[in-house]
Design a protein around this ligand. Structure first.
Ligand SMILES: NC(=O)c1ccc[n+]([C@@H]2O[C@H](COP(=O)([O-])OP(=O)(O)OC[C@H]3O[C@@H](n4cnc5c(N)ncnc54)[C@H](OP(=O)(O)O)[C@@H]3O)[C@@H](O)[C@H]2O)c1
Length: 331
């Protein structure tokens, strides 16, 4: 396949390259794109050095699959151009996720939706949505869910390279208020947590919180399920965590739920309170699988459980999921 990566120097773009290599994706040609800032830099892939290109219609010609990982503005302009040029687009931004005719795919959950579309743009869901659903889907398979209350603990790399830089910088200069940066995050992210990701909307929720609700319903193809979220940025370098409270239509059997999770691909269970076992974001960092633990009956509510899930949001929350989608296209 002739592959393009837009945003190849970014947190997600670099991970896509790693995963294409790890999974031995069939590549005959590779074309990498970045901003003007990166012109002149080279990227090594399988011992070959690749130059970085600026994005233009001409430069996007003759590619089979183009991964977009450079934000929604660029995707909105260039993804339809790629589609017209005949290539598939796998888009990591939010630009097309809720378009009716564009599939929004988590391969373990709804790979079939790709076959139902004539479009060549495929959207990769929001990272918190993917990680949450990797736990929620098998639970829903075991017993129908009606409502989820989710609180996320999202790492700084979710905001890309500059989020990582801001946490490192502010931690280094934490005693020097004049040097604290608030460029990527509204408030100082070091030794703090920020309960706002994305802009506030009229309903009081944030964009990130509404993504979990809207995207999950599309992926699960279920309008009867609702997600009430609070999304929080935390000074963790990598991997998101989500605390879930899940309400079912009917009574449940917790062993049946755990068995259904064990059968599901891409998720591990780390849950043994006698052995003090539960997952943390560091446990999932650089791992393909999400990890779920703290699965417990909610003693305050009939037909409800609580759980805790972690996952590497650059990997399964973005790059791995995108490459898995590409594999579906190639197979
Ligand atoms: N980080 C995550 O955990 C995560 C998870 C899910 C989805 N996403 C989505 O994935 C996308 C990329 O995020 P990221 O975290 O990787 O961001 P990032 O680290 O800030 O990287 C942004 C990339 O876009 C490139 N870029 C910027 N302007 C460009 C232009 N005009 N032409 C070509 N390339 C341009 C940058 O190139 P330069 O280096 O030259 O500036 C860089 O390669 C975003 O849509 C984000 O919402 C991110």
């Amino acid at each position: 396949m002739r592959i393009g990566i837009v945003g190849a120097t970014g947190a997600v773009g670099k991970e896509i390259l790693k995963i294409l290599d790890n999974r031995k994706f069939p590549i005959s040609e590779l074309k990498l794109f970045a901003s003007k800032k990166s012109l002149g830099k080279r990227i090594t892939f399988k011992k070959n050095r690749y130059k970085l290109n600026l994005i233009s219609k001409k430069n996007l010609e003759n590619l089979d699959i183009v991964f977009f990982a450079a934000g929604s503005k660029l995707s909105k302009i260039y993804a339809p151009i790629c589609e017209k040029l005949g290539s598939y687009v796998i888009d990591n931004s939010s630009a097309f996720r809720l378009n009716k005719d564009i599939p929004l795919i988590v391969p373990e959950i709804n790979s079939g939706a790709i076959k139902k579309t004539k479009r060549k743009i495929i959207a990769n869901p929001n990272c918190t949505t993917i990680i949450s659903l990797m736990g929620i889907k098998p639970i829903d398979n075991s017993n129908k869910i009606v409502r989820v209350v989710a609180t996320s603990f999202q790492s700084v790399s979710g905001a890309g390279n500059s989020g990582i830089d801001e946490l490192i910088h502010n931690t280094r200069f934490y005693k020097n208020e004049d040097k604290i940066r608030k460029n990527v995050f509204d408030k100082n992210i070091t030794f703090n947590v920020i309960p706002k990701i994305g802009n506030f909307l009229d309903n009081g929720f944030t964009e990130e919180e509404m993504k979990l609700h809207n995207e999950s319903r599309k992926i699960l193809d279920n309008k009867d399920i609702s997600f009430s979220a609070t999304t929080v940025r935390v000074p963790v370098m990598r991997s998101h965590s989500i605390s879930l409270n899940i309400e079912f239509k009917k009574s449940f059997n917790i062993n049946k739920i755990k068995n259904e999770i064990k059968k599901f691909p891409g998720i591990d269970i780390s849950d043994n309170i006698k052995k003090n076992q539960y997952p943390t974001p560091l446990d999932s960092t650089n791992k393909d699988n999400c990890i779920i633990g703290r699965i417990r009956k909610d003693f305050t509510k009939k037909n409800a459980i609580s759980a805790w899930i972690v996952g590497d949001q650059i990997r399964k929350g973005a790059a791995l999921n995108a490459v898995q989608i590409a594999e579906l296209l190639v197979m």
